[in-house]
Design a protein around this ligand. Structure first.
Ligand code: NDP
Length: 298
């Protein structure tokens, strides 16, 4: 048996296109397309690439974007003022502050000032509270992408056993809650978990979100299980030439692909889904703020 490869890039392209269609319908009522504002502080090259990709995909889908860039020496109060300005701008539906912020800026204070109804990253306390309480709200993008891919692969997730490895606010915890919302039985593992390999072998769906290259070995994965590899790790690849590197996930793909039921590759699996869910959240935020309905299948 060989695992089905889950093509996150293809699913993400489909969601981008659908966000564009639903956004275009909303635009008729709003008199403008849904709008995402992205704030980038400093000149971190990786953040620059992420922001450019987010803006490019937003515009390619027919939504609009505003990009606000400030140098790394901007004060925390100025960043808070930018966020509050965007909160008050009726033409902005979604606000994303690219992380990480420079050390002198308290990220929690900045995130805490984002209007929860524009919190397209799903990171404010209000968004987290809505998720825990099962109330409608904007859900964190990467975990929402994991659940969507799992449903595409396996259908109804009710009763499935899910092991999420990692308990971060960004990925692990919200992923666990989102799978719980789908009536899966969820266990969260972390650095203190006893017998992690044994626990992983119980999972119908395994979600490594750790940041350790190829940590999850072949014999940690139950035959037929679905592996949603969130980790993105850059490792040396001397076989590609001197000084070359490549990306790998938290799962040892080559050891797992022979007996898992489904697996997401890295790159091209969960990664592209994160931006797709951001576009979806932007459209959902625009509809919600205007009191408009979005199609039930979106
Ligand atoms: P964090 O560093 O915030 O969290 C990592 C988690 O892994 C922690 O909960 C930690 O446990 C746990 N952990 C560390 N070592 C082990 C171990 N040996 N065994 C079990 N658990 C362990 O990372 P993030 O959640 O932000 O990101 C995780 C990975 O996902 C990274 O590779 C990141 O690049 C990637 N990522 C990918 C995205 C995408 O779009 N595909 C988006 C966001 C992140 P403890 O709490 O006990 O310390």
């Amino acid at each position: 048996m060989s695992a089905h490869l889950i093509d996150g890039k293809a699913v993400a392209a489909e969601i981008d296109a659908r966000a564009g269609e639903v956004g275009a319908d909303l635009a008729k009522a709003l008199g403008r397309a849904p709008c995402l504002a992205v704030v980038l502080i400093g000149d971190d090259p990786a953040s620059d690439v992420y922001v450019r990709n987010k803006v490019r995909r937003t515009e390619a889908a027919g939504l609009t974007s505003i990009e606000i860039r400030k140098s790394a020496d901007v004060s925390e109060d100025e960043v808070v003022a930018i966020v509050e300005g965007l909160n008050g701008d009726d033409g902005v539906d979604g606000i994303l502050v690219q992380m990480p912020l420079p050390d002198h800026i308290d990220a929690n204070r900045v995130i805490g000032r984002i209007d929860p109804d524009k919190d397209v990253d799903g990171l404010t306390e209000t968004s987290a509270g809505r998720l825990v309480l099962g109330k409608p709200g904007l859900r964190p993008c990467t975990p929402a992408g994991c659940v969507l891919l799992a449903e595409r692969a396996m259908g109804d997730l009710s009763g499935k056993s899910v092991v999420v490895i990692g308990r971060s606010i960004l990925v692990g915890k919200p992923a666990a809650l989102l799978f719980l919302e789908k009536n899966a039985t969820v266990t969260i593992a972390h650095s203190r978990t006893a017998d992690l390999p044994g626990l992983c072998r119980t999972a119908d769906i395994l979600v490594p979100a750790v940041g350790r290259p190829e940590m999850v070995k072949g014999d940690w994965v139950k035959p037929g299980a679905c592996v949603l590899d969130v980790g993105i790790n850059r490792i040396d690849a001397p076989e590609r030439g001197e000084g070359k590197s490549r990306l790998v996930g938290d799962a040892a793909f080559d050891e797992i692909v022979g007996h898992a039921g489904w697996i997401t590759p890295v790159p091209g699996g969960i990664g592209p889904m994160t931006i797709a869910m951001l576009l979806r959240n932007t459209v959902v935020a625009a509809a919600f703020r205007a009191g408009l309905q979005i199609p039930g299948d979106f």
